[in-house]
Design a protein around this ligand. Structure first.
Ligand code: ATP
Ligand code: MG
Length: 554
């Protein structure tokens, strides 16, 4: 019986698993795995796979393993492994077992000997280039290597000597002996071992031969007793090879590979190789740059695990590749932050306002709610004084039609405070506005003014009691919706993806912000403290997302 939570939408994989459970396949067990190669940081596409694999295990009282597919030591590192573990945990998941493909180097080797003994693998001396040329095309069958009929005895001897380090890198490969005429090119005697003298981050110099992905993956799944091996669509054509290897070896367990469409998100890239290029060629400031679609980047930008999980659920699961709009991800984070972020005031581009009829030296402490709907989040004290700062574009000398903010002779309400009127504009010698002279109506704190309507509400901070801050606004990393389809994705980079505002002022309560907090800066968006560049004396805030899609101020 399926124990699927009825609240969760069904999808074809949940359905397959429910059917398997009702047939008591695998004795009613569900074991999945998330198998990243530690050759980069995880991205939002991986989040889809993580939520799927861990989610299915949780829903079915099963288990999910985190397995590092670490068979390509040149490109892999401990730093990447650590970042992957951190990201999976941050998303809210716990692996039942932490595994490494490299844990299985010995059994993988023994299974290769078994294939050779069964006459199903041979040592080939063709070069990589020759193998490619012999492989044939989609319309032409491949050609057998002259080594294809090497005897079992000779193959065993050569393979053992490959392991013993007697040959140079590239001198031989071990190939599965399947079918050079197969319409599926993956079945035309794929290489399963190659000689590579590289230090491995876990096995050191124990091995100079390394198994290939297709061969390693299915056996690792079988060794771990995985029941459902979920992977992306590009592996559909590899499934016959997955099954072939396990069938020949008669492994005690034969997992079922099921493919689903990978996530493609508009205006960004989900390929570790390309993201790596952005990092190493310094188009961005590291893997955790908030513009990056990496989990580390999204976290630093202020995204929450809840929003990412919600996103992965919402985009669903299909067998058709398609592009998801960035708006879907933004919707999910807004939903979370609208409900949970504390409200605060920050002025990103300050304009000085002097309130002429407010007593010199007086500081008033105003109580303002932390959240307009959630009263349990309490109130905070916001200091008000004679000199305040407002947003430059909350004042207009020549207002556009329907302008509801401050104009000369007009009134506006300061959020949580009084109504002020602008009496005069002070300019410097070049005609730049440097200050507004205003007056306030002392009768308007928490009350409407007598006999007139004031429509506009603007945010503000007290000049003396506010703190300087740097605010970083992030825009799309790419200018085109599908940068992956460009001839050179780098040409599609948006040169203006990072906007840094260095003269911002934030209300006093934000001096105590920590990286776990999320804020809505009134009227300007959702923000969080930058975990990397903020320090005791320096506040740096990242904009996570604007308040509304395609938001235009007022
Ligand atoms: P990349 O091309 O970014 O390196 P990958 O598929 O090579 O991706 P792996 O480390 O092998 O990266 O991925 C681990 C798991 O995450 C695999 O099961 C893979 O299918 C899945 N995965 C990777 N990218 C996506 C994506 N965009 N959408 C859904 N699942 C993904
Ligand atoms: Mg890969």
């Amino acid at each position: 019986m399926s124990t699927n939570d009825n609240q969760l939408p069904s999808n074809f994989i949940r359905q397959i698993i429910a059917d398997d459970l009702s047939n008591n396949k695998n004795n009613g067990k569900v074991v999945t795995r998330f198998p990243p190669e530690p050759n980069g940081y995880l991205h939002i596409g991986h989040a889809k796979s993580i939520c799927l694999n861990f989610g299915i295990a949780i829903e079915n009282n099963g288990a999910c393993h985190l397995r590092f597919d670490d068979t390509n030591p040149e490109k892999e590192s401990i730093e990447y492994m650590e970042s992957i573990k951190r990201d999976v945990q941050w998303l809210g998941f716990k692996w039942n077992e932490l595994c490494h493909a490299s844990d299985y180097f010995e059994p993988l080797y023994r299974y290769a000997l078994q294939l050779i003994e069964q006459g199903q693998a041979y040592v080939d001396s063709l070069s990589a280039e020759q193998i490619r040329a012999y492989r044939g095309t989609l319309t032409e069958p491949g050609k057998a290597s002259p080594d294809r009929n090497r005897s079992v005895v000779e193959n065993l001897d050569l393979f053992k000597r490959m392991r013993a380090g007697e040959f140079a890198d590239g001198q031989y490969v071990l190939r599965a002996k399947i079918d050079m005429a197969s319409p599926n090119i993956n079945m035309r005697d794929p290489a399963i071992y190659r000689i590579r003298r590289v230090h491995h981050q876990r096995t050191g110099n124990d091995w100079c031969i390394y198994p290939m992905y297709d061969y390693t993956h299915c056996i690792s799944d079988a060794i771990e007793g995985i029941t459902h091996s979920l992977c992306t669509l590009e592996f559909e054509d590899h499934r016959p090879l997955y099954d072939w290897v396990l069938d020949q070896l008669h492994t005690p367990c034969h997992p079922q590979q099921i493919e689903f469409a990978r996530l493609q998100l508009e205006y960004t890239i989900v390929s570790k190789r390309k993201l790596n290029q952005l990092v190493t060629e310094k188009y961005v400031n590291g893997w955790d740059d908030p513009r990056m679609p990496t989990i580390a980047g999204l976290r630093r930008a202020g995204f929450t695990p809840k929003a990412l999980r919600d996103f992965c659920e919402r985009i669903g699961l299909t067998k058709q590749n398609s592009w998801i709009e960035m708006g879907v991800l933004e919707y999910c984070i807004r939903e979370d932050l609208n409900e949970n972020a504390w409200r605060a005031m920050a002025v990103l581009q300050p304009l000085r306002v002097v309130i002429s009829n407010y007593p010199e030296g007086q500081v008033e402490s105003l109580e303002i709610s932390n959240h307009p709907q959630r009263h349990e989040l309490g109130k905070r004290q916001v200091p008000f004084s004679k000199v305040i700062l407002i947003e430059q574009d909350d004042f207009a000398q020549i207002p556009p039609p329907k302008y509801k903010r401050l104009i000369v002779g007009g009134e506006v309400r300061l959020r949580g405070s009084y109504v002020i009127r602008c009496d005069e504009v002070i300019k410097d010698a070049d005609g730049n506005i440097i200050e507004l002279q205003c007056s306030y109506d002392p009768e308007t704190l928490g009350k409407n003014p007598e006999g007139r309507k004031v429509k506009g509400v603007i945010h503000w901070v007290s000049e003396q009691q506010s703190y300087p801050a740097e605010v970083r606004l992030y825009h799309r990393l790419f200018n085109v919706p599908q940068p992956d389809n460009e001839e050179n994705f780098l040409d599609a980079l948006n040169p203006d993806s990072l906007e840094v505002l260095t003269d911002c002022r934030v209300e006093a309560s934000l001096a105590k912000a920590n990286v776990e907090n999320r804020y809505q800066f009134e009227r300007t968006g959702y923000f969080c403290l930058d975990a990397v560049d903020s320090s005791d004396g320096k506040l740096v805030f990242n904009r996570t997302v604007t308040l509304r899609e395609g938001w235009v101020k007022d």
